[in-house]
Ligand binder design. Structure first.
Ligand code: GDP
Ligand code: MN
Length: 401
């Protein structure tokens, strides 16, 4: 799960991490009070969307101006003006894709005077099974670009969970950033606090870009991007409450209500499969025959009819879906449950695209019978290969017609 920058900063502040003071604004009318709560004399007005690259982003609407999604305001009037220009507009950045993201929240912050910009991130390194730090003097820019052109400027190390965070880790960060004296001390302090926040809140990723040295010699986090391990959300109600569903894919939000493993993709063939491995294989074979999957969906082992019905409805509601392939190998999952779910869903919402079903395993005969007796226009298939060929053919025929 991802959260907004202002939420991440407020969370980091709880752990004592130095971040500028700021106030989130959801309605243009509230800009006035927000500006008054801050000291100025310079304010930063920041579009809050779950994507980076906002500073260099562009708004679709001309009335939003061409100053990007992060703007420095030199007066309270200008700050209010920027809030009005951004709210409700669509910001396109390198990370949002062409469609962009609507800005529903803006963050106003006390502006900082920047001396130097650094990069710092933390993530769970699956190879070492440890929390890793990634640090670079090249902050404020695209880290992928730095990794490509100046890999030697990126320093990485991980923290052994058996010892936890220690002063040596802070010294490594300070050294990587070329800091000494009081700034090295601040780096040590920051490293420890970030680690405690990361582990304490079960984060999956934390990125501070830029981490700055202010002109009066203070280390400060100017941006913060945080994502959490979904499997640990149950023990962080405070974090779960920060979820902003308007930032997420509506189909994925719906799927998560039913505990379905669903991911939207950009192809045309909707897939309903049980088991992640079989789902992957199904996506591969669709590709092999020249089309692309519209989604990844693993309905899981012991899915109920309600769950299957919900899954099928999510697929049929997707306007990109030109055909559906149901591929079930019934082990724990019973084929008759799948068939009943499909039939219920189609009765509720109808079916306007071709449907190919391949069932195998537990209760396969009952499953086929349910489909046959339903009167639905279902093409049945014998194996994976046959199923993929049939759905690709059906989609192409429909398009030609
Ligand atoms: P991003 O573009 O989505 O990564 O958003 P950031 O929060 O990183 O802001 C973009 C850029 O705006 C930063 O890299 C800074 O150069 C600049 N910026 C942000 N806050 C301030 C500030 O308080 N003072 C100054 N001078 N620049 C800022
Ligand atoms: Mn940034």
């Amino acid at each position: 799960m991802n959260i907004h920058e202002y939420q991440a900063k407020s969370l980091l502040r709880e752990f004592g991490v130095p971040v500028p003071n700021g106030v989130p604004v959801l309605k243009a009318e509230d800009a006035e009070t927000a500006v008054k709560q801050l000291r100025g004399p310079v304010w930063v007005v920041k579009s809050q969307i779950h994507a980076g690259g906002r500073g260099k982003g562009k708004f679709k609407e001309p009335e939003a101006g061409d100053k990007g999604g992060v703007r420095l305001a030199r007066s309270a009037d200008e700050a209010r003006q920027f809030v009005r220009e951004m709210l409700g507009k669509t910001l396109v950045t390198v990370q949002t894709g062409e469609a962009g993201k609507q800005v529903n929240r803006v963050y106003i912050e006390d502006g900082s005077l920047i001396d130097r910009e650094f990069y710092l991130s933390m993530l769970v390194d699956r190879t070492t099974a440890q929390v890793a730090f990634v640090v670079s003097t090249e902050g404020g820019m695209d880290i992928e670009e730095v990794a490509h052109s100046h890999p030697e400027k990126i320093v990485t190390f991980s923290v052994d969970p058996a010892t936890g965070i220690m002063p040596l880790h802070g010294r490594r960060v300070a050294k990587a950033l070329g800091l000494s004296g009081d700034l090295a001390k601040q780096a040590g302090d920051l490293t420890e606090k970030l680690y405690r926040a990361f582990v304490g809140k079960d984060m999956a990723m934390l990125e501070i870009n830029p981490l700055i040295v202010t002109q009066d010699g203070k280390l400060r986090c100017l941006d913060a991007k945080v994502s959490f391990d979904d499997n640990a959300l149950f023990r962080h109600q405070d974090v779960a409450a920060l979820r902003d569903e308007t930032e997420e894919d509506a189909k994925e939000v719906e799927a998560s209500k039913y505990d379905l493993n669903y991911i939207t993709l950009d192809g045309t063939i909707g897939c309903m499969v049980n088991g992640a491995g079989l789902a992957m294989a199904t996506m591969d074979i669709i590709k092999l025959y020249g089309e692309s999957p519209a989604n990844f969906l693993d309905v899981g082992g012991g899915a109920t009819k309600e769950k299957v019905t919900a899954a099928f409805k999510i697929i049929t509601a997707d306007p990109n879906v030109k055909g559906i392939l149901v591929n079930i190998f019934g082990g724990i999952m019973r084929c008759d449950v799948i068939a009943a779910g499909v039939v219920t869903a189609v009765r509720d919402v109808g079916l306007t695209v071709p449907l190919v079903v391949r069932l195998e395993g537990t209760n396969v005969e009952q499953g086929k019978e349910i489909l046959a007796e339903s009167g639905l226009n279902v093409v049945s298939a014998d194996d994976l290969d046959d199923a993929a060929q049939k759905i690709v053919k059906a989609v192409r025929q429909q398009e030609a017609a």
